[in-house]
Design a binder for this molecule. Structure first.
Ligand SMILES: O=P(O)(O)OC[C@H]1O[C@@](CO)(OP(=O)(O)O)[C@@H](O)[C@@H]1O
Length: 451
C-alpha cells in the first residue's frame, strides 16, 4: 500500500516539466505518466501549454509565430506559460494534487530557471523530463501524428502542415539548450535519448520522483500487440462459485482449442509469449498454444478470502454486511482474509512494468485481474473498472498507439455462462454482458480521441 501513503502525503507535490523540441513525443510521454500514476491512485494532471495558447485566441498559428526573434510573439507564448502555471498552482490548491505535468517545450535555461523559482514559491518540487531525439523516423512519425491530430493544423493539407511544422522546429532549434551535467547539475532532471535508448538521471530526491523515472525508463515505442483473455469456462464458473482452483468445463476446453486457431488467424506468423496465472484454469486454457509460457503468481485471481468457493447468493446470506459493503465500494472493499481491487492493482505493478518493456504478449488470466490490466491501458476510472464486463470466451487485442490504445474484441462463438454480477443483486446475469462489452468498445474511440 506504499503508493497510498505517498498519494495522501500533502507535502509531496511535484511538477514534471517536459523539455524538448517539437515532435519528440513529449505529449505521448506525458499521457503515459498520467495513465500510470492515476492507475496507482496518485492525483495527477497534465497541463498542455498549447491549449492555453489557444485559449488566448492563437488557434492556428503559422511557423512565424514560433520565431524567437519576434518579441511580440515571444511575449504571447510566455503569457500562455504563465497562464498554464497559474492554472496548475490553482489545481494543486483546490484539488490537493500530487503530480502535475507541464507539457510544453521549456527549451531554454532562462525559462527553466524561472520555472524553478515559481515552483519554490509554491513549495512544489520541480523535475525536468527532457525528450531528446535525432532519430529521423521517429520524428517524422510524430510530425505525421501531430499534423493529423492537432487542432493547429486542421485547416492545412498534410504537405503544407509538414512544411510549416518543420519550419517551426527550425526556430526552436536555434534557441534549444539541452541538459548537461555541468551547467544543470543543481537541477532534478531526466534526459531520455531516443525514448529509452539512453537515460541520464540527475539529482532524483524523492521516492515518487524515482517511481516516475523508473517508469519512463521502461517505455518502449515499437509497435506491438497485447492480447488479453480470461481462461475458458471453468467448473466453478458453471456452478457460479467464485475463486478456487477448478479445471475447465467441456466448453472451456473447446475455447482453449479455439484460442489457438484465433491467434493463428489474427496474428499469423507472430511470436508471442504467453503469460498465465498459477491456477489450473489459465494453464489449461494455454495448453494448445505452442509459444513460450510464463506463470505469474501476480496474475492469480483476486483472493476472496473466507468467501472463496462460495456463490454470491451464499455470500449475501452468510455475510450480508460485507456483501453490501462490497457493492457500495467494490474497488476498496477487501474480502475478510482476502484482497480488494486496490490490492490487486498494487501486486500487478511489476506485471505492468514488464508489459511496457515486452513485445507481443498474450495474457490468460481472470475476471478481476483483467479488469485491472484493462483499466491501465484504457484509462478506466476506479469507480468503473471493477464493474466492467469482461465476458468469457472473448479474446481482446490491444494496440498501444501514440495517442491512446486501440482495442478489438474477438468473440470465439463458444457459449459460456455469464459470471457478471450487477450491483445490488446476487444473481449473475446473461443480459448485461453484451451491453457492457459495447461499453468497452466505445471507450476505445473515447480514448483514441482523448488527446
Ligand atoms: O470482483 P467480481 O466481480 O466478484 O469478479 C471476480 C470473480 O470472478 C471470478 C468468476 O466469478 O473469476 P474467474 O472466472 O477467474 O474464476 C471469480 O473467481 C472471482 O472472484
Amino acid at each position: 500500500m506504499g503508493f497510498r501513503i505517498i498519494a495522501n502525503d500533502q507535502d509531496v507535490r511535484i511538477c514534471v516539466f517536459m523539455v524538448g523540441l517539437p515532435a519528440r513525443g513529449k505529449s505521448f510521454i506525458s499521457q503515459k505518466i498520467v495513465r500510470y500514476l492515476s492507475w496507482l491512485s496518485i492525483k495527477v494532471k497534465c497541463f498542455n501549454v498549447g491549449s492555453f495558447r489557444r485559449q488566448l485566441g492563437i488557434t492556428q498559428p503559422d511557423a512565424e509565430f514560433f520565431n524567437f526573434a519576434n518579441q511580440e510573439y515571444v511575449n504571447i507564448r510566455r503569457q500562455s506559460v504563465i497562464n498554464t502555471m497559474e492554472s496548475m498552482f490553482q489545481w494543486f490548491e483546490d484539488e490537493n494534487g500530487t503530480v502535475a505535468i507541464l507539457d510544453g517545450t521549456s527549451i531554454t535555461c532562462e525559462r527553466r530557471t524561472w520555472l524553478v523559482e515559481e515552483c519554490e514559491k509554491h513549495n512544489i518540487q520541480p523535475m525536468f523530463l527532457e525528450s531528446w531525439s535525432d532519430n529521423e523516423d521517429l520524428i517524422m512519425e510524430n510530425v505525421k501524428e501531430i499534423n493529423t491530430k492537432s487542432p493547429d493544423y486542421a485547416h492545412l493539407d498534410v504537405a503544407s502542415a509538414t512544411r510549416d511544422f518543420m519550419k517551426k522546429i527550425e526556430y526552436y532549434e536555434k534557441v534549444y539548450e539541452t541538459f548537461d551535467s555541468e551547467k544543470d547539475g543543481h537541477l532534478t532532471y531526466v534526459k531520455m535519448v531516443n525514448v529509452s535508448d539512453e537515460v541520464i538521471i540527475n539529482k532524483i530526491e524523492t521516492y515518487l520522483q524515482s517511481r516516475i523515472v523508473f517508469y519512463v525508463m521502461n517505455i518502449r515505442i515499437k509497435p506491438r500487440c497485447i492480447w488479453l483473455s480470461r481462461h475458458g469456462e471453468s467448473i466453478y464458473n458453471v456452478e457460479q462459485k467464485i475463486g478456487g482452483d477448478s479445471i475447465l468445463s467441456e466448453r472451456g476446453l473447446a475455447y482453449a482449442r479455439k484460442l489457438k486457431d484465433m491467434i493463428e488467424e489474427n496474428a499469423p506468423g507472430e511470436t508471442l509469449t504467453v503469460w498465465t496465472s498459477t491456477l489450473k484454469r489459465t494453464q489449461e486454457t494455454a495448453q494448445f498454444l505452442s509459444f513460450k509460457k510464463l506463470q505469474w503468481k501476480a496474475l492469480d485471481e483476486l483472493d476472496a478470502g473466507v468467501c472463496d468457493g462460495m456463490t454470491y447468493e451464499e455470500i449475501e446470506a452468510k455475510y450480508p454486511e460485507d456483501f453490501k459493503a462490497r457493492d457500495a465500494d467494490k474497488y476498496e472493499y477487501r474480502y475478510r482474509g482476502g484482497e480488494s481491487y486496490r490490492d490487486v492493482v498494487i501486486r500487478l505493478e511489476p506485471v505492468i512494468m514488464e508489459l511496457e518493456r515486452q513485445e507481443n504478449i498474450l495474457i490468460i488470466t481472470h475476471q478481476a485481474v483483467l479488469r485491472c490490466i484493462y483499466a491501465y491501458f484504457m484509462n478506466v476510472p476506479q469507480e468503473e473498472s471493477p464493474w466492467m464486463a469482461i465476458p468469457l470466451h472473448t479474446l481482446m487485442k490491444l494496440e498501444p498507439k501514440a495517442y491512446g490504445t486501440k482495442v478489438t474484441a474477438l468473440k470465439a462463438n463458444i457459449p459460456a455462462v455469464s459470471t457478471y454480477k450487477e450491483k445490488g443483486t446476487s444473481q449473475v446475469g446473461e443480459n448485461t454482458k453484451e451491453s457492457q462489452l459495447h461499453n468497452i468498445l466505445r471507450r476505445d474511440s473515447e480514448v483514441a480521441l482523448s488527446r
